[in-house]
Design a protein around this ligand. Structure first.
Ligand code: C2O
Ligand code: CU
Ligand code: CU
Length: 517
């Protein structure tokens, strides 16, 4: 059958089964603790029934990579090896800081997103290494990362973070799940085993020969015209008429997903980025910005014979851009087609083990940070993070500017994210988890011209499904978003950034120095 993957409309939808990534097994012990090995490899993979095999990059040669499943308080070490070719899968735009022509094209470093780990195991963007470790970045110390796994149980992910080319490396396929579990969670009685399924959402564009397409010149914004889940184009999942736990991850470069089921069926959210909500929140739609996670229970009981399509209506860019088309508005299908394999013993507890949250009495500092849009010397949009100058006006800063965020270890700060741009930016802090307090609209023009922060409406508390530990927060345009952050466990240099990868790669990322008291 002749079919052009470049034309999304001609691609048959819901013809491939949803793949579920393998669980990675340790290769041995290191100092008595499990040792895992993750090799990055270029491989050919079938992303759709009718596509020729696509060249991708995969951890352990699969896209997405294998899932790492660990117990809380049981540290592991992961040995990362770069076995990629020396030439990048995509054109590397060398006008982007960190990707200058004198640097090797293929550089990788792995960040465990939401990981509570020391700075030298955090995957700093300058801690990259090339195939065979021949060249290493200025902050490289090791490619063996020890993860203490001491935080609350949650759905995490590991992905590439190399300076200036993160968008390309993740787009090529370098992303995977990392699940933290414990005994207390098992007592909750949530759907488990084959009924606990991770879903990684991404958008991609293909060329006519089935290759991944990404522009060689830095595009500013880039959205794919095809949705993939767990590395398959518009897949379907056959389910039993019972409850399922799904771990949803938006791993797209830039695309927001606002997910619904058609015909309508509630999704009950039980957890967000960094752990459980206080109580389950039933939702008709669920918004996920890049890097956000949500765990939901979907109850297919009594729905035998029904097919539910998961749809998306989030605008690109969010929230003021264009609505998804007939293709990007479709994500995947759930077919209640399998007979029940037994009695569904699972339940959704009324109370969930959320927190612990930072308390207002613990706050030692309020920090004002600005989100800004400028033009670069080539007339391109450049999005920047910054502080306020002496008059209170936004002072945009770049990756190269000296560090301004220097929180003290074991203290709580409130960060006010003052978004002067037209888009929502998912702001992510490494190392920590935080609580979203509220969002309040302000007069952007007045702020830009006089430096006065004048609110134009009331502060609105975080949504019901945001009352959990978070590591990524949506900072909406024209709003001040307040988060309360506890800086714990490890001093050193970490980063915070917008998780839209095209923004992160092009200067919307800053260092953060956690200082010993
Ligand atoms: Cu998900 Cu700095 O990363
Ligand atoms: Cu992170
Ligand atoms: Cu952004």
């Amino acid at each position: 059958m002749a079919m052009l993957p470049s034309n999304a409309g001609t691609v048959p939808k819901f013809v491939d089964r949803l793949p579920i990534p393998e669980v990675l097994q340790p290769i041995g012990l290191k100092d008595g603790e499990p040792l895992y090995r993750v090799r990055m490899r270029q491989v050919m993979q079938q992303l759709h029934r009718d596509f020729p095999p696509t060249t991708v990059w995969g951890y352990e040669g699969t896209y997405p990579g294998p899932t790492i499943v660990v117990r809380r308080y049981r540290p592991i070490t992961v040995q990362y090896e770069n076995e990629l070719p020396d030439t990048h899968l995509f054109g590397v735009d060398t006008t982007i800081h960190g990707a200058e022509p004198f640097r090797p094209q293929v550089r990788t470093v792995v960040h465990l997103h939401d990981g509570d780990q020391p700075a030298d195991a955090d995957g700093h963007p300058d801690a990259w290494f090339t195939p065979g470790l021949r060249v290493t970045g200025p902050r490289f110390t090791t490619n063996n990362y020890r993860y203490p796994n001491r935080q609350r149980v949650t759905t995490m992910w590991y992905h590439d973070h190399a300076i200036g080319i993160t968008r390309l490396n993740i787009y090529a396929g370098l992303a995977a799940f990392y699940l933290l579990e414990d005994e207390a969670e098992e007592q909750l009685g949530l759907p488990s085993g084959p009924f606990d399924i991770p879903l990684m959402f991404q958008d991609r564009t293909f060329t006519a020969d089935g290759s991944l397409f990404y522009p060689a010149a830095f595009p500013g914004d880039f959205f794919g015209n095809i949705n993939l889940v767990n590395g398959k184009v518009w897949p379907f999942l056959a389910v039993e008429p019972r409850r399922y736990r799904f771990r949803l991850l938006n791993a797209a470069n830039m695309r927001f997903y606002n997910l619904q089921l058609d015909p309508p069926l509630p999704m009950t959210q039980i957890a967000g980025d960094g752990g459980f909500l206080n109580r389950p929140v039933p939702l008709r739609e669920l918004l996920l910005a890049p890097a956000e996670r949500a765990e939901v229970i979907i109850d297919f009981t009594g729905r035998q014979g029904t097919t539910f399509t998961m749809t998306n209506n989030a605008r690109t860019t969010y929230p003021n851009g264009t609505t998804p088309d007939a293709n990007t508005s479709l994500v995947m299908q759930f077919r209640v087609a399998r007979p029940p394999s037994g009695v569904d013993q699972s339940r959704i507890p009324e109370d969930l083990p959320a927190g612990p949250f930072p308390r207002p009495s613990e706050v030692v500092k309020v920090r004002d940070l600005t989100l800004n849009r400028r033009q670069d010397h080539l007339g391109r949009n450049i999005l920047l993070l910054g502080i306020r100058d002496l008059d209170g006006r936004p002072l945009p800063l770049t990756w190269g500017d000296s560090t301004t965020e220097k929180p003290l270890l074991d203290t709580v700060e409130i960060w006010r994210l003052i978004n002067t741009t037209n888009d929502t930016h998912p702001i992510h802090l490494h190392l920590v988890r935080f609580l979203i307090l509220d969002r309040q609209p302000f007069d952007v023009n007045r702020f830009m011209t006089t430096g006065e922060l004048a609110f134009t409406g009331p502060a609105v508390s975080a949504a019901d499904n945001e009352w959990c530990l978070k590591d990524t927060v949506r900072a909406n345009p024209g709003e001040v978003t307040r988060i309360a952050v506890r800086f714990v466990h490890y001093p050193g240099e970490f980063v915070w950034h917008c998780h839209m990868l095209e923004h992160e790669d092009y200067e919307m990322m800053r260092r953060m120095e956690v200082q010993e008291r």
